[in-house]
Design a protein around this ligand. Sequence first.
Ligand code: CA
Length: 290
Amino acid sequence: MKRVLSLILLAAILISVTACQKPEEDAQTLESTAPGTETVPPEEETGKLPPETDMPAETSEAPGSADGIDWSGIYTEFISAEFDELQESFLGGIAGVAFIDLDIDDTPEMVMFDLGASASMGVQIFDIIGGAVECISANMSTVGDVFGGDNFSQVYVNCNFFTDFRLMESASGERFFIVESGNGAIDFTYKELITFGLANNGSVTLEQVLYKYSEYDEDGNETAARYEAGRVSCTAEEFTSGYDAFFADNEDLGYEAAGRFFLEDKAYSQDYDGIMAMVEDAISAYVRID
Ligand SMILES: [Ca+2]
């Protein structure tokens, strides 16, 4: 009798597992037919890895198709395929998305703000390396752990707006992006000047130029501070003169990076459809650097 019951139980479990799988398959079909992803089936469906280099442009309308890499298709497919893991690793949610060509190689990086509650917002930066999307820098270690690879940087960004990423030009005519990163709480603040560059393998790089860390007592008085220039300890005077010299030597070109925040333009939901709509709008908002 016990054995019969066990068999019935096993059959019931199998039926419920099969029943559970069905909606998931349907959901996957839905995801794989999301805008911009229809011609690249998810890896698990075909068992084949996507082509590693020179992915052909899929449609003539997609932004980025003109320069050879269908970056909008690659990022959209990545978010679609990895949506559950992205949502899980971002914990509180994805607050905003922008596409900014931080290393000026004509393929924008994907910049994602998290919903963490602090003085400024955490930034996650993704790049396309060898045709695949990889996390390069992450304020949230959960995102770096899941999506970071060989090119993952220990430098991470906290800021508030996409326009905090500034396109600069040096006296010798070299153009590069910077961000003034920082965060704080009641008892500390930090401020960091970061420059972006391009590695030989095409990955965006982050370099800490200047750094200041301050501690405060209950009355808000600074009780301790330490300074670094190029990761080497320096004095407050050297920090200030280095900061002034940087902005005297390099000119802000006035480029305004554009993206979408989930509550700014319209209330994008934090589910699949909402995030995909925010990403699509951020792709449309991308401003190519001349
Ligand atoms: Ca780039």
